[in-house]
Design a protein around this ligand. Structure first.
Ligand code: A3P
Length: 306
């Protein structure tokens, strides 16, 4: 019997979830849970007309997913309420404790081509995507805000490794010792790949500053032709305030045993740029800036932190 991820999460909400440790899979720190599907994920067969949405965790993935789904459905809000975002757009490499469907289980049931989410760094994305010349959209967020957002997420997500204190987390982020590895390697790897493949590279800060302009980039990339009114509807529907109220986009209907919303909300801050200033000490900011200067010295990739 087919069961959506949401149904499975509700049915198995009493499932005992623990904080799974990280293991290295092809050198990438990933939850021990993902090991079961890892070889199959690498062999995943993409369709030329699939669309891959890629990001480092907490870079605005869900926001981009909702934007893409709205564009592909010509701005039809009701169609985009057909299911929670994680059932509309499966998460390729994810594995939950059985019998909750994995990303591959979901994809096996999905009509193809379809939209697929991944947090894999470019070099570990299944080769088939590039052999098939599948399009991908990547969203990147400045490392400081990304770190803060991930810190809260790791607190609320009951299967993620214990984030520890903010100071400990800060060190883990700089050393890339978090699930899905180094933020630096991730944003740079996809940045280099964008010139060799059909990849649209977006920045969270740009979408925040001028959503209409950035949504238009996605519309063009997907070769869609949408009128002004539809575009405005997409901008409105995917704004922070509207998404925060939309149970199909805000993860609020995931049982608390998986996402403990007493600790933090998924739609946490009002999508602000620069929340890191409320968390970084002066010393941490200096350490980050120096580390950033060294690790980003050889790339043309630039971020805005304000
Ligand atoms: P904060 O924790 O800083 O609030 P992801 O989907 O990759 O997990 O990213 C989640 C982050 O994107 C969260 O950041 C969330 O609030 C933010 N976000 C989600 N939808 C957004 C929107 N419509 N506008 C701005 N930020 C959004």
């Amino acid at each position: 019997m087919k069961m959506s991820l949401q149904e499975a999460l509700e049915k198995h909400s009493e499932q005992v979830i623990r904080r799974y440790p990280l293991v290295l899979l092809d050198g990438l720190p990933l939850s021990e849970l993902l090991e079961a599907n890892w070889e199959e994920v690498k062999r995943f067969k993409a369709f030329p007309d699939d669309l891959l949405i890629a990001s480092y965790p907490k870079a605005g993935t869900t926001w981009l997913q909702e934007i893409v789904d709205m564009i592909l459905n010509d701005g039809d809000v009701e169609k985009c309420r057909r299911a929670p975002i994680y059932d509309r757009i499966p998460f390729l490499e994810t594995v939950e404790p059985k019998p909750i469907p994995s990303g591959l289980d979901q994809l096996a049931q999905m009509a193809r081509p379809c939209v697929i989410k991944t947090h894999l760094p470019f070099h570990l994305t299944p080769k088939s995507f590039w052999e098939q010349d599948t399009k991908a959209i990547y969203i990147a967020r400045n490392g400081k805000d990304n770190m803060v957002s991930y810190f809260y997420f790791d607190q609320m997500t009951t299967s993620q490794p214990d984030p520890g204190t903010w100071e400990e987390y800060f060190q883990k982020f700089l050393s890339g010792n978090l699930t899905w590895g180094s933020w630096y390697d991730h944003v740079k790897g996809w940045w280099d790949a964008k010139d060799k493949h059909r990849i649209l590279y977006l920045f969270y800060e740009d979408v925040k500053q001028d959503p209409k302009r950035e949504i238009q980039k996605v519309v063009r990339f997907l070769e869609k032709d949408l009128g002004e009114e539809t575009l405005e509807r997409i901008v409105h529907h995917t704004s922070f305030d509207v998404m925060k109220k939309n149970p199909m986009a805000n993860y609020s209907i995931i049982p608390k045993s998986f996402f403990n919303t007493d600790v933090s909300q998924f739609m946490r801050k009002a999508g602000v740029i620069g929340d890191w200033k409320n968390h970084f000490t002066v010393a941490q900011n200096e350490i980050f800036d120096e580390d950033y200067r060294q690790k980003m010295a050889a790339t043309s990739l630039k971020f805005r932190f304000e």
